[in-house]
Design a protein. Sequence first.
Length: 121
Amino acid sequence: MTTQEIANRYHELANQSKWVEILDELHDENVICQEPEHVASRGVQVITKGREAVKAKGAANREMIETIHSQHCSEPTVAGNFFTVALKRDVTFKNRPRMQLEEICVFKVTEGKIVSEQFFF
């Protein structure tokens, strides 16, 4: 798959909240995920290596959510081997007030798979 095809498929699956399918279908088994430094204060790893570890981190994050009121993934922007999307969520975490979340996600594609992802929020 080309970077554009990966980006389009990511967009399609993200808007259906199919996060495990995204990882299984689009990510390389050795993917590297980088979160902002400030997540370390919440006990979240800043760097996660490997598809299974990224899946486990995602599952743990979803466990902290009480309700997703709405969610939207922007159309992807592609440049070379990279694409980016903006994710917006209206969410209530367990034992926390409802909040609006926005993040920019940048992905690198090599040989038809996402090999790195970085999130900014």
